[in-house]
Structure formats: structure tokens, C-alpha cells
Design a protein around this ligand. Structure first.
Ligand code: SF4
Length: 439
């Protein structure tokens, strides 16, 4: 089998992981998504009864409200997967995805594996040991050559390389490092490179990868050891998965970035499977908050569980894509908006509401009776207002230096989503005029 045929073989299994800096959006074409769009329309405050909610009947067929087949279709079609329709069909068949880079530039990213053979047997994974399907393996120089052929043909601009585990985590990690060495040192590749850290890798290997990559990652898969045991009983949560993320941060903190690729250390990310082990949103957000604080991850990715035939979890219902979306919203509140874990609106069962943006839930509970004065609030307080993001808060601070902001048009002109912000703000001491008619 030649390199392109192997890439095509892998590509059908590689669509689950999100692409780099992709910003998730509500899943499309679901009842819930239609309701989500409603909730972004001009805010209605008369009572909770007017706020869109997902009917209980939506959950009767499966925990997620859709049959597994519908879910599969929805997740593939939703905006939480990157829009790859602009890519040539050939590129898509090889596993090339559109991905947004830090800074917003979009590139064609090849996401693939060194081998689809694996000696572990994680319960959710299509590559698990013993599953009956055709497998293939690249040698490092073959993989590097195949990638560079695609790169020179302008089919791919960046590379995300992962692998099944064959011969132990250390050996597999060496193969990934060898591939990256060949690309960087022999073939002169200077473009974007995201490398996976293998469970069981050594610290020195992690450091070597950090000298070659723009981004490194290892997937925690679950929020703690107990949940992981239900998904991947042969992975060790702290020693194999958490520890490498801590090493990455230690190395970034203690060694000069001069040693990193291009004179800077790579960013780091992880991923959690959502809905595969009965974990709560509180468990997921607790570990996310710790990771942002202690290991300075750029992103925690959340992947709604989808059953894979021929695995022990094949009969488990897929998870609602809306849940994944609410987790992303919450993680951005923790990472970029100054929210603490305690600010997130968990129910008594430890889950977030599915039908409402968590920032709006917080604002309803805290800002309706104590609206934020746009002309005096500091940046952190501005960030608490729905419709105001980091850019909007900066724009408000800059605009205030020129004069008072007295109406919603002025706010809209600098990028604030006024339909969301209006119920929670004061403009020069007054509630926005248009809002009064809605009360
Ligand atoms: S170690 Fe990775 S590739 Fe292997 S079964 Fe587990 S998740 Fe799949």
C-alpha cells in the first residue's frame, strides 16, 4: 500500500478530533440549535417560561435527543466540525481539514496517524486492539516523504501527527520524534506541526518534541482516574496523561524559549470525551479549570461521545452535541472572561443547563438588579456582561477615553452584541431606552 492509500485508510477514522483553534458554534439542524438561535435574539425578560427550552420529549429516544445515526450526521455536519467543503475532494479523502491557527489564519491541515495498529483497548476507540478492521503503518521516513509530497503539491500546509501505540509508548514516541526530525532537519519543513504525546512517554522525549513542534497534546479523555477506568482501563490518569502536561508547563517555565522550535515553546492542548463515562459537567469543568490554571493549556477540547461499532460501548447512546457546546462556552468563561468554577451555573446534579448560554444564566442571577455601568466598569466587570467579549471590553475602554457611551448604537458600533447586553447594563446611569418596552 502506498502512502496516499494509507492516508485514505486512516482518514475515515480521523474526523473526531477538533482542528486547532476552531471556534465551536451550536450544532446545526437540531431542535435545540433552533432554540439556541432564538435565545440569541433580542432578550425577553418577562419570565423563564418565555425562554426557549428543550422539551423533555426530545430525550426519549436517546440520552442525546437524537438517534446515534442522526447524531453522527449532525456532528459531522455541525459547525463544531470545521467546514471542509472548500477543500478538494482528494484532500478530504486523505484526512486534510481546514484549521484555524493561533492568530486566526486558516490552513489546510493533514491530520493523520503513524499507525492505526494499537496494543491498547480503550472502550470508545475505533483503533482499539482486537477490533477487526484493516490496519496500516508508516515508517518515519515514509510518513515524512508522503507529507512533503502533499505539501509541495499545495494540498496541505500544516501537519497534525498522532499514532496508535505499538511496542509501548516510549517506542511509539520515538517514531513520532523521528518523523518530526526528518521533516524539520532533513527536509527543511518549517510549517505548522502538531505532535501527539503518547501515554507512557518519557520527560526527555516530551522536551525533544517541544523542540520540534508548534503544538503538543495528550488527551486526558476523562476528568479523573475513576471515569478514565470506565473508558480506557489501561491508561493511568496521573502518571501517563496528566504528568506529561505538567512537564510541558515545567519546561516552558524553566527553560529558555530559545530551545523551542523557532525560538518559542509550543502551545499545549488536551481533549476529553464527553458523555462516555457518566461524568458530570462539574467534573469536566473542575479539571478544565485546574488545567488552565496550572498547565496553561491553550485549549481543552470536548468531544461528545459517539458509539463505534465493534467496541464495548457500541450500544451506549451518543452524547448530545449541545452539551459539548455548553462545555466550550463554559471553558472560555474560565479561560478568557475571569470566571471562576463557582460562577458556573451547575444544577444540583452537577450539570450545566443545555438550553441557555451559561453566561446569560449567570447574568440573569447577578446583573438584572445590579446592571453594569458601561462608562465606569473595569474590564473584568465588562467581561461579565453577555454580548461583551475580550475585544468588545477593550473597545469600550478605548472608546471611553474619547467620551461617554450613552446609547446602544454606540455600543453596537464597537462590536458589542447589544441584544444580549442591553438587559444587564446602564449607559450613563440609565437603562437603555429600547429595553424598557420589553420589561
Ligand atoms: S491508546 Fe489511543 S489509539 Fe490506542 S485504543 Fe486507546 S485511544 Fe485508541
Amino acid at each position: 500500500m502506498d502512502g496516499t492509500a494509507k492516508l485514505e485508510l486512516f482518514a475515515s477514522y480521523m474526523s473526531l478530533e477538533p482542528a486547532e483553534e476552531h471556534t465551536p458554534a451550536p450544532p446545526a439542524k437540531t431542535k435545540g440549535a433552533a432554540m439556541l438561535r432564538e435565545s440569541s435574539a433580542p432578550y425577553r425578560v418577562s419570565s423563564d417560561a418565555t425562554h426557549p427550552a428543550i422539551p423533555a420529549s426530545a430525550y426519549q429516544r436517546a440520552a442525546c435527543g437524537s438517534s446515534p445515526a442522526e447524531l453522527h450526521h449532525l456532528v459531522n455536519q455541525s459547525q463544531s466540525a470545521p467546514d471542509n467543503t472548500q477543500l478538494p475532494a482528494k484532500a478530504r479523502s486523505l484526512g486534510v481539514h481546514h484549521a484555524a491557527m493561533p492568530g486566526g489564519k486558516r490552513i489546510a491541515l493533514l491530520k493523520t496517524l503513524l499507525t492505526s495498529a494499537c496494543e491498547r483497548n480503550c472502550y470508545y476507540c475505533p483503533f482499539r486492539a482486537g477490533r477487526d478492521f484493516r490496519r496500516a503503518t508508516f515508517k518515519p521516513d515514509e510518513m515524512a516523504r508522503t507529507f512533503m509530497q502533499l505539501h509541495h503539491a499545495n494540498i496541505v500546509e500544516g501537519f497534525f501527527l498522532s499514532s496508535g501505540i505499538a511496542g509501548g509508548g516510549i517506542r511509539t514516541q520515538d517514531q513520532l520524534i523521528d518523523t518530526a526530525e526528518i521533516l524539520r532537519r532533513k527536509m527543511g519543513y518549517r510549517g505548522y506541526l502538531h505532535l501527539k504525546i503518547m501515554p507512557g512517554a518519557e520527560r526527555a522525549q516530551v522536551e525533544r518534541m517541544m523542540q520540534l513542534a508548534d503544538r503538543v497534546s495528550i488527551n486526558l479523555e476523562a476528568p479523573n482516574s475513576e471515569r478514565l477506568a470506565r473508558l480506557a482501563p489501561h491508561k493511568i490518569f496521573v502518571e501517563e496523561l496528566l504528568k506529561p502536561l505538567q512537564w510541558v508547563e515545567e519546561i516552558r517555565r524553566t527553560r529558555s524559549p530559545h530551545f523551542g522550535w523557532g525560538g518559542k515553546w509550543p502551545s499545549s492542548v488536551t481533549q476529553l470525551v464527553v458523555g462516555g463515562a457518566d461524568e458530570s459537567d462539574l467534573e469536566i469543568m473542575s479539571v478544565s479549570a485546574e488545567l488552565f490554571k496550572r498547565t496553561h493549556l491553550s485549549r481543552v477540547y470536548y468531544s461528545a461521545f459517539r458509539p463505534v461499532t465493534g467496541t464495548p460501548l457500541e450500544n451506549r447512546p451518543g452524547e448530545n452535541p449541545l452539551r459539548e457546546y455548553r462545555l466550550y462556552q463554559s471553558s472560555f468563561l474560565l479561560r478568557d472572561y475571569g470566571f471562576d468554577l463557582e460562577d458556573l451555573p451547575f444544577s444540583t446534579t452537577g450539570n450545566l443547563p443545555l438550553d441557555t448560554d451559561p453566561k446569560i444564566v449567570w447574568a440573569r442571577a447577578n446583573l438584572i438588579d445590579a446592571p453594569v455601568e458601561i462608562n465606569r466598569a473595569d474590564k473584568l466587570m465588562l467581561l461579565r456582561v453577555p454580548g461583551i467579549g475580550p475585544k468588545g471590553a477593550e473597545a469600550i475602554l478605548a472608546a471611553r477615553r474619547q467620551g461617554k457611551l450613552c446609547d446602544l448604537r454606540a455600543l453596537a458600533a464597537i462590536g458589542v452584541i447589544t441584544s444580549r447586553a442591553a438587559p444587564f447594563v446602564l449607559l450613563d446611569g440609565r437603562r437603555p431606552a429600547w429595553q424598557l418596552s420589553l420589561w
